[in-house]
Design a protein around this ligand. Structure first.
Ligand SMILES: NC(=O)c1ccc[n+]([C@@H]2O[C@H](COP(=O)([O-])OP(=O)(O)OC[C@H]3O[C@@H](n4cnc5c(N)ncnc54)[C@H](OP(=O)(O)O)[C@@H]3O)[C@@H](O)[C@H]2O)c1
Length: 280
């Protein structure tokens, strides 16, 4: 049995689908009403929280662990609970551990990794670049008009499709012992794009011209805090991350997705076509 945490999220939902399609037994964790979680019938959907993960680990061999918190405070208890039942963790960590070690995101993921590494469990760490799915934060603006307002439009990003990230996780969770154990996978999309370019590509997928309108950092901060769909606590971390990415070297692309899955990483144009309905 494979336990997928964050099963309703960008990556977890994809992963549950891929594992079910591959005929693997899956348990999916959500805080929501399981019946309303929209997960495949073949998955065993259980209601609960990471903080009480021990309750849903009976019979579980491998765990896909996501860390949705801003600190690693809960990590020792969560990892110990997993250790009492399972053999393997695949951790959705972040490339920020290496690229932005002093950021709150980089620090918390680093500390969770330390707990996992010291647990004695077999582990694989996933270090993804920026998720293509972050573009969904623009969905409201795109539904309302042809202009996307934001700050740091020139930030270069190696946007990664959640399907590719989930496919790597699925391999790590289902391959034999030692295939992916003790490895940190640096995962990127196949191209570097600015936010301004991403907006144009989403427009191409929707068949209407979209354009980026640059805001100052303070204007964007105010806009994010007023947006109920965006978590307030993440606004400064996001903008700090973009500022660092703009000042630093452009992202280095990897071919790890293809090496692990046998299929090249999907382009952002593909992601935009897959998600056209989310912007319409
Ligand atoms: N966005 C990026 O560019 C990026 C880049 C690198 C790494 N990451 C990392 O990726 C992770 C986010 O992955 P994602 O985008 O797939 O997730 P997401 O779409 O943001 O969804 C968050 C998931 O976490 C679950 N969750 C939240 N609090 C929980 C709790 N207390 N107990 C159990 N489940 C809880 C939610 O489940 P329910 O609501 O169903 O309970 C939901 O499925 C973060 O750790 C982030 O740092 C993101």
């Amino acid at each position: 049995m494979i336990l997928v945490t964050g099963a309703t999220g960008n990556v977890g939902r994809q992963l549950v689908h891929q594992l079910v399609e591959a005929g693997r037994p899956v348990r999916a964790l959500t805080r929501r009403d399981p019946a309303a979680a929209g997960l495949p019938k073949a998955a065993e959907v259980v209601q609960g929280e990471l903080e009480t993960i021990g309750r849903c680990l009976e019979g579980v061999e491998s765990v896909f662990l996501i860390w949705p918190f801003h600190t690693a405070d809960a990590a020792p208890a969560v990892v110990q609970a997993i250790r009492r039942h399972a053999r393997r963790i695949v951790l959705l960590s972040s490339g920020a551990v290496r690229d932005q070690p002093d950021s709150s995101v980089g620090r918390s993921h680093h500390d969770v990794e330390q707990c996992v590494e010291q647990s004695g469990l077999a582990w694989t760490m996933l270090w993804p670049s920026t998720f293509a799915a972050n573009a969904l934060w623009w969905a409201g603006q795109i539904r309302a008009g042809d202009v996307v307002r934001g700050a740091y439009g020139a930030v270069p990003m190696a946007m990664l499709h959640e399907r590719d990230l989930a496919a790597v996780a699925a391999r790590a969770l289902t391959s034999g012992p030692l295939c992916h154990d003790g490895v940190r996978y640096v995962l990127t999309g196949p191209e570097v794009l600015t936010q301004t370019e991403q907006v144009r590509i989403i427009g191409d997928a929707l068949g209407r011209p979209l354009r980026w309108q640059e805001l100052t950092r303070e204007e964007e901060r105010r806009r994010l805090l007023a947006d109920d769909s965006f978590p307030d606590a993440f606004a400064d971390a996001l903008l700090d991350g973009y500022a660092q990415m703009l000042d630093g070297p452009p992202p280095v692309l990897t071919t790890t997705v293809e090496e692990v899955t046998g299929r090249p990483a999907r382009t952002f144009a593909q992601w935009a076509r897959d998600h056209a309905a989310d912007f319409a």
